[in-house]
Design a protein around this ligand. Structure first.
Ligand code: PLP
Length: 438
């Protein structure tokens, strides 16, 4: 299997090259040159790990990582992703059972397992720079922590992430360095871009990126849609339709690929918060990216979704896109009322992102809710957003054990100014030892 750039199908790369580069040399994003067909029946009854081996095999075929796929799947897919019933008509795909309790754990762990193997033998470790507004940094730090040949540097805006998010970003140490930046998320992103562009710094530290445009994070997300759709079909005889809480559209792209591989998937609905760029595009046909607005579902606060380039390359025109996908937009008031209502009705507590999917489901016409088998995609555990969720449901949200373990660890963080010079200086400091709490 080869991967091509969305901007030039003549530019081809192997899986390893696409993973190591992140972005194609022409600025495009890597997509599979062609999609294989997967026989859904061959996945019946398989564990998530075995589903990963089978679904990812064609994408790894012919690559230097091919022989490592067994081990990569074993490491990255030791997490459960069960489909549980909400009521007789709809179910939920729970993607929050990983170490940082969000779906990004699957992609980050697969990418880390691949990069560790690709880097073996290199003298100078790779330095992954991540600017984060909350969730991504934690998932990437957890995935790379204690892996050889790779160091991670996380930048987050001081005072602008939730207390629990901050704990998840700062509890690592060793090969993970966390920098609390006196500035905004945009400052953090700018500093990362400046560091990449600085030739001397960049070659000295061998910078690399782990953001969601990397194909190594997207392919593994196909796996849980494959497993869930086969599970739903075996239990109910029906084809699963997914409602995907969306921001940069990486999770949605993986669901589309899963359907194109021949898995039993019906409708796919892209459920957005008040950042309406995608729903407005479907309505008007005009692509108008804009600055993001802050919402309760903050991991979806994206005004210019990076994976739209893959979606547009995949569909010949807006007409095709409209017939293949649907969109929705849910504001903060509706997120709040949906969290309250579904706790009352079903005893289920949603995180604000999952609540966007739950509200989108409730807005479907009754006959469509009855006729099709709907699966909400739960992208994070509500305990990560306790300050929003607990007042709405009037009770404490139990914290999953993996997450609680992170809350016990001491913080290891360095405070820096929002300048490239401060970042460069922090990179020169020796790695933070486990006992240090400065
Ligand atoms: C990142 C994230 C999303 C959005 O996913 P995309 O792949 O960027 O569309 C939704 N929910 C949560 C909890 C996230 O962390």
């Amino acid at each position: 299997m080869r991967f091509v750039s969305t901007r030039n199908p003549a530019h081809r790369a192997t899986l390893s090259e696409a993973i190591a580069r992140g972005i194609a040399p022409d600025g495009g994003l890597y997509v599979p040159e062609s999609l294989p067909r997967i026989d859904a029946r061959s996945l019946g009854g398989a564990s998530l790990m075995n589903t990963a081996r089978r679904v990812l095999a064609p994408f790894f075929a012919g690559d230097r990582l091919e022989a490592d796929l067994e081990g990569i799947a074993e490491e990255a897919f030791s997490i459960h992703a069960p489909v549980t019933a909400v009521d007789a008509q709809h179910e939920v795909l729970e993607l929050f059972h990983g170490p940082t309790a969000a779906f990004k754990d699957f992609g980050a762990r697969t990418l880390a397992a691949c990069l560790e193997r690709l880097e073996e033998g290199d003298e100078l470790p790779l330095t992954i720079l991540v600017a984060t507004s909350g969730d991504t940094g934690g998932a990437v730090a957890a995935a790379f922590h204690r892996r050889p040949h790779v160091e991670v540097v996380v930048l987050y805006p001081r005072g602008r992430v939730s207390p629990r998010q901050e704990q998840q970003l700062t509890c690592w140490g060793e090969n993970v360095r966390t920098l609390s930046v006196q500035g905004t998320f945009d400052d953090c992103q700018r500093m990362v871009k400046e560091a990449f562009a600085h030739a001397a710094l960049s070659s000295r530290h061998r910078f690399s990126s782990a953001n969601s445009i990397n194909i190594g994070r997207l392919l593994p997300q196909i796996v849980y849609y494959a497993a869930a759709s086969v599970d739903v079909q075996e239990r109910t005889g029906q084809v699963a339709s997914f409602i995907v809480p969306s921001g940069n559209l990486g999770n949605a792209m993986a669901c589309i690929w899963a359907r194109d591989l021949g898995l039993p998937i019906g409708q796919i609905v892209l459920a957005h918060n008040d950042n309406r760029t995608v729903p407005d595009y479907f309505a008007s046909g005009n692509w108008q990216p804009r600055p993001s607005v802050a919402t309760l579902a903050s991991a979806m606060d994206v005004g210019n979704p990076s994976n739209m380039e893959r979606l547009r390359a995949h569909h010949a025109d807006i007409g095709r896109m409209r017939s293949s996908l649907a969109t929705a937009s849910v504001d903060d008031a509706a997120i709040r009322s949906r969290i309250r209502a579904d706790y009352k009705a079903y005893g289920r507590i949603w995180c604000p992102h999952t609540a966007v999917a739950a509200e989108t489901y409730e807005r479907l016409p009754e006959e469509r809710r009855r006729a099709e088998r709907w699966v909400l995609v739960a992208t994070a555990h509500p305990a990560k957003f306790s300050e929003i969720v607990e007042p709405l449901v009037g009770r404490a949200v139990p914290v999953p054990r993996a997450l609680a373990a992170l809350f016990e660890l001491p913080r290891r963080v360095t405070e820096i100014d929002a300048t490239l010079l401060s970042l460069a200086q922090a990179l020169e400091e020796p790695p933070v030892l486990p006992c240090s709490t400065h």
